[in-house]
Design a protein around this ligand. Structure first.
Ligand SMILES: NC(=O)C1=CN([C@@H]2O[C@H](COP(=O)(O)OP(=O)(O)OC[C@H]3O[C@@H](n4cnc5c(N)ncnc54)[C@H](OP(=O)(O)O)[C@@H]3O)[C@@H](O)[C@H]2O)C=CC1
Ligand SMILES: CC(=O)[C@@H](O)[C@H](O)COP(=O)(O)O
Ligand SMILES: [Mn+2]
Length: 390
């Protein structure tokens, strides 16, 4: 029986993973080692019960009594705190899903890589903030990292194994998010509610707003650079409003392979869960005749300044990814809290990058979790200061 752990089990990706596990035998077919959540005790306990998890960890320490009460009599151990989340990653599991949102996902993912495990990576922020550290650790320990982000899973599925040299470029598609067709002059008035509605995907609020600002695609360009080792000029972005084609790989001979599927993350998670085999998954199938047509257009960098920031970060290297990721998280917090406008997020991030570029050590890639988090903390302060001044 294969063993699994889910970090960020109570979120949208966690829900999809839970659905895949329960619909393919549940605890009779899978041994669940750890499930973790941030604050949602009720959902975490429900999942732990259904999967008969060995341990359930809630990141918010103050919720430990509630979790203990919810798990009483189940045999599942309860733990709490960010250190406990990371420690749960040390417990051997055949497959670990990294689905915490934000930089908080880096610590457990890194611990899985340090013990040479298999890490199914939805948490793109890990690669943006600490790509060389995470990939370097995995190379040293022989850990396997499998992409779960839909575009990167799509590229992975289009690649001939070991034939990366023959790849001319990869293209990540972007839905364009909630404001794809809004007049540019209205963007400054966009509300949090409006930004929190994705045209095609059901996802957590933060990534949904990042899709509207195109920061999600900016993170994904950096993620592709770190994961596949491709230079920025071989990673393209293409707006595709229907979210049916998830990525394309163009080879040096001019042939292009595309990956298509309904916008349902259970496909990418299921692919990583069963890799290197392919298993029948109980998912909706594509009906291209019913869809009729698929459309594409070039992204407008005026509407989506985040895309240029991603290229700036790849060119800078060093700590730039950690800075962009953290500044973006702070700017998003500030937008959600009503402290800045939707269109202020990119300038806040650009400001944090400018400040960081003047600091000693910026060109050096952080080589430890502590070093990443030091850049992260400073970038949050810089972005917050910009917001206060704005
Ligand atoms: N949703 C999607 O379809 C896709 C998501 N991704 C990526 O997957 C990751 C998860 O996204 P999504 O599922 O949408 O996000 P959600 O907001 O739905 O879920 C986030 C998860 O992280 C937990 N969490 C939040 N903060 C912390 C913290 N500080 N410490 C520990 N756990 C925490 C939440 O716990 P709780 O809710 O209990 O507070 C929840 O389990 C992100 O990195 C995202 O970019 C990538 C591709 C597609
Ligand atoms: C499902 C997934 O992978 C998301 O990252 C998705 O790509 C978001 O859609 P956008 O294309 O709007 O960013
Ligand atoms: Mn994606």
């Amino acid at each position: 029986m294969r063993s699994v752990s889910i970090f960020g089990a109570t979120g949208s990706i966690g829900d999809s993973a839970f659905d895949l596990l329960t619909s393919s035998g549940g605890p009779e077919a899978w041994r669940t080692v750890a499930v973790t959540g941030g604050r949602n005790v009720a959902r975490l306990a429900q999942m732990a019960r259904a999967l008969r998890a060995e341990v359930a960890v809630i990141a918010d320490e103050s919720l430990l009594p509630d979790l203990r009460a919810a798990l009483a009599g189940t045999g599942t151990e309860a733990a709490a705190g960010t250190a406990a989340v990371a420690e749960a990653a040390d417990r051997p599991a055949d497959w670990s899903l990294s689905a915490i949102v934000g930089a908080a996902g880096l610590a457990p993912g890194l611990r899985v890589a340090q013990r040479g495990g298999t890490l199914a990576l939805a948490n793109k922020e890990s690669l943006v903030a600490a790509g060389p550290l995470l990939m370097g650790t995995a190379a040293r320990t022989n850990a396997t990292i499998l992409p779960v982000d839909s575009e990167h899973s799509a590229v992975f599925q289009c690649l001939d194994a070991g034939n990366l040299d023959a790849v001319a470029s990869v293209t990540l598609t972007a839905s364009g998010g909630a404001f794809r067709d809004w007049p540019l002059e209205r963007l400054a008035e966009a509300t949090v509610d409006q930004a929190s509605s994705h045209p095609n995907w059901a996802m957590g609020q933060r990534i949904t707003i990042d899709s509207a600002s195109m920061f999600n695609k900016a993170l994904e360009v950096i993620e592709a650079h770190e994961f596949f080792g491709l230079p920025a000029d071989r990673i393209a972005v293409l707006v595709h409003p229907e979210s049916i084609v998830h990525a394309l790989v163009t080879y040096v001979d001019g042939g292009t392979l595309a990956h298509l599927g309904p916008p349902d993350m259970r496909h990418a998670i299921g692919h990583a869960l069963h890799w290197p085999r392919r298993r029948k998954l109980p998912l909706p199938r594509l009906d291209l005749a019913a869809l009729g047509s698929l459309t594409f257009r070039a992204p407008c960098e005026t509407r989506w300044p985040a895309l240029a920031l991603a290229r700036q970060v790849i060119a800078a290297g060093g700590a730039a990814g950690a800075v962009l990721n953290a500044a973006k998280e702070q700017a998003l917090d500030d937008f959600i809290a009503g402290r800045i406008r939707f269109t202020d997020m990119a300038p806040a991030v650009a400001h944090a990058l400018d400040r960081a570029a003047g600091r000693a050590g910026f060109s050096v890639s952080p080589d430890s979790l502590e070093a990443v988090m030091a850049w992260d903390a400073q970038a949050r302060r810089d972005a917050a200061a910009w917001s206060v001044a704005a």
